[in-house]
Design a protein around this ligand. Structure first.
Ligand SMILES: Cc1cc2nc3c(=O)[nH]c(=O)nc-3n(C[C@H](O)[C@H](O)[C@H](O)COP(=O)(O)OP(=O)(O)OC[C@H]3O[C@@H](n4cnc5c(N)ncnc54)[C@H](O)[C@@H]3O)c2cc1C
Length: 240
């Protein structure tokens, strides 16, 4: 019999211009959280209605350890700017591609779909977009910059320079990376709360939203409903 979990594993969602996120594995479900909580008094499932009520109670009162019984493993591809913000989350287990072992490819750079403008009242935020010929000219300059950077990288490799040094020619924040991460549902909710928030940078927000919509919600429908009731309101309106 196929379970919802079987349909999720291996599913890949496209993110940004060349990125993606794929669920490699998931361990546990809503019931695993409920059963972990009931272990405190050696109990087990008491039927859907009472189980769901208990799960909501746990999240509302931040009784968080039962949520650590569920684990997700993702494979991700994204620009370094996304990776750099992601690695700050110390509660995730992580392995990443190495530019020392693998040479970068010519189209391995992120091209933003729009040029967001700097917010006037928040140093960390953007608001509005640059449009028209000015935006098009900037994109053309970015592409030329990538082309030149890659040509210099290639020249250095051709001269026998080590990959670990040749990569100094590459446009750092824009380089696409691949990484594998594992996290439990409690710490994933912490990540989602921070990275789906309107003040999170778009280039990580879209990954957090993809995780939430395509993997977290279908894998843990009760937990997602509780998350939407007790934690999402703290986020404010979700920016698209
Ligand atoms: C909008 C936004 C802007 C940001 N701007 C900046 C910035 O300008 N500069 C910058 O450096 N960072 C910045 N960050 C990163 C931020 O400071 C955190 O490093 C990141 O969000 C990870 O959060 P965390 O530490 O809570 O998560 P995790 O590392 O996943 O930790 C989860 C929780 O576990 C606990 N924990 C984990 N490790 C420890 C530890 N060693 N000791 C004590 N408790 C621990 C804490 O309670 C923590 O909240 C920004 C983040 C966001 C969302």
């Amino acid at each position: 019999m196929t379970t919802p979990r079987d349909n999720l594993i291996g599913k890949r969602i496209a993110v940004l211009d060349k990125g993606w996120i794929e669920l490699q594995d998931v361990m546990g479900d809503d019931l695993a959280i409920v059963n972990a909580a009931r272990t405190s008094f050696l109990g087990e499932s008491k039927g859907d209605e009472r189980d769901k009520k208990l799960l909501f109670y746990l999240l509302q009162h931040r009784h968080t350890t039962p949520f650590e019984m569920v684990e997700f493993k993702f494979r991700c591809r994204g620009p370094l700017v996304t990776f750099w913000q992601w690695v700050r989350h110390r509660t995730w287990n992580m392995n990443a591609q190495s530019g020392r072992y693998t040479a970068f490819e010519e189209n391995d750079f992120y091209i933003p779909a729009v040029w967001r403008l700097q917010s006037s009242d928040n140093k960390q935020a953007s608001e509005g977009e640059l449009s028209g010929p000015e935006a098009e000219a900037l994109t053309a300059k970015l592409l030329a910059h990538y082309e030149q950077s890659f040509a210099l990288y290639q020249q250095a490799l051709d001269a026998g320079v080590a990959r670990e040094l040749a990569r100094m020619f590459l446009p750092g924040f824009a380089v696409y990376y691949t990484w594998v991460v594992k996290v439990d549902a409690h710490n994933l909710m912490h990540f989602l709360r921070l990275r789906m928030a309107p003040d999170a940078q778009y280039e990580i927000r879209v990954y957090a939203q993809a995780i939430y919509e395509h993997f977290f919600k279908p894998a843990l429908p009760w937990t997602a409903a509780a998350f939407e009731r007790f934690i999402m309101p703290e986020l404010g309106p979700i920016k698209q």
